[in-house]
Design a protein around this ligand. Structure first.
Ligand code: PLP
Length: 383
């Protein structure tokens, strides 16, 4: 490292006293990975790679401007039309990431006079979006309908005294740390009963739940009853970006959100790649069936070995260990024999390993993982 001569006491020196956070980098190409959210391997699909390479060759890399001015706009408009058709919503607006989508959506639909009631396990971008909007944020106990209903009653009672206020209910469809699913049908009923706007973050449901991966709204038969569907292009689509779907007038207002006006648009090649990936998903719905059968196969076997997979029902399979040191032992032991997972040890959830199953895993991959989990788990005394 180049040494830099200090000419004054460093006002940032307090950062050096904080605990260092190391990033776990996937080990080797030869390993079998269970960490990627690229549920169908579409980031490497030949159709996708070809489309992206061609787009970069003709249009270059960066988009050069925010969405409103960028000349890649036609590619994004095409992607938005296709996403709207696939997900069966009137209109879709894309953003640079799923994270930015939540910031854009929440600041557009909520303000200081409003309340947003959200599941305590929602993605961090939901809480950040609420804070940025200035709205009052109220969490409810994870997936607890009674807690949601009493929060709704509470804000409606207060709201009646204070004048009209907008109430928003927000939840993830699939929760990334647990792999469990929100009771969306009942949540939609409560939102309707209390006249609340319903926002569903379907980042882990798109490409996974519903017919052919159409998402949580399709899975629960809730078309027309979810006001804002947030999704990401970074997971099952294998690209980068986020989107919000709903009515045309929602899109028209999202065009004025800060991430759209004041941050550079994604490269048009990303839109072209996402269009190609969506076409693969649309044409090969059997990928989604394979994903679910792979997930069930792995989870059933890990449970039978005595691992605690919590309430997981999706391709996200947590191994709840409860102790950070033991989690790291399991993670490192698996890594040395070619199984890459993710350890979650510095988080708001209890220490755990997280395995994410994809439709690209072969039965041999899954069997190898089960064997490795049995060997390492037994060696460290976990099972
Ligand atoms: C991953 C995720 C996001 C963030 O999406 P990015 O495209 O990675 O920024 C937002 N919400 C939920 C529920 C997620 O799982």
């Amino acid at each position: 490292m180049q040494s830099i001569r200090q000419t004054r006491p460093d006002p940032l020196a307090f950062l050096a006293d904080r605990e260092e956070v190391s990033l776990d980098v996937p080990s080797a190409d030869a390993a079998i990975g269970f960490w990627s959210k690229d549920y169908h391997g579409l980031s490497r699909h030949p159709d996708v790679v070809k489309a992206v390479v061609e787009a970069i060759a003709t249009r270059g890399l960066g988009s050069g401007a925010a969405r409103a001015e960028a000349d890649g706009t036609p590619a994004f408009e095409e992607l938005e039309r296709r996403l709207a058709a696939f997900r069966v919503v009137e209109a879709v607006m894309t953003f640079q990431t799923g994270f930015m989508t939540n910031l854009g959506v929440l600041t557009t639909i909520a303000g200081e006079a409003d309340s947003v009631i959200y599941d305590q396990m929602s993605h961090p971008s939901v809480g950040d979006g609420i804070r940025l909007s200035g709205a009052q944020g109220i969490t409810y106990v994870h997936r607890d309908l009674g807690a949601l209903e009493s929060a709704l009653r509470h804000v409606r009672r207060k709201g009646a005294a204070a004048g009209p206020r907008r109430v928003v209910v927000a939840t993830d469809a699939v929760f990334g740390m647990e792999g469990d699913v929100a009771p969306l049908f009942e949540i939609a009923g409560l939102a309707e009963q209390f006249g609340a706007v319903l926002v569903v973050d379907d980042a882990h449901g798109f490409g996974v739940l519903g017919r052919g991966g159409r998402g949580a709204v399709d899975h629960f038969g809730l078309h027309g009853r979810v006001d804002v569907e947030v999704g990401t292009l970074s997971k099952a689509i294998g690209a980068l970006g986020g989107f919000a779907g709903g009515r045309t007038y929602l899109k028209q207002q999202l065009v004025r959100a800060r991430p759209t006006l004041s941050s550079t648009a994604l490269p048009p090649a990303i839109a072209v790649g996402a269009i190609a990936a969506l076409a693969v998903l649309d044409n090969e719905p059997e990928r989604v069936e394979r994903l679910w059968s792979n997930a069930g196969y792995l989870r059933t076997r890990l449970r039978a070995l005595g691992f605690d997979t919590g309430a997981s029902e999706t391709p996200i399979v947590p191994i709840r260990v409860g102790d950070a040191r033991v989690t790291s032992q399991l993670w490192a032991g698996l890594r040395t024999i070619g199984v890459d997972t993710q350890r979650i040890i510095n988080s708001r959830v209890s220490p755990r390993l997280r395995l994410i199953v994809t439709s690209e895993h072969s039965t041999e991959d899954l069997d190898y993982c089960v064997q490795a989990m049995r060997d390492v788990g037994a060696r460290i005394g976990l099972i």
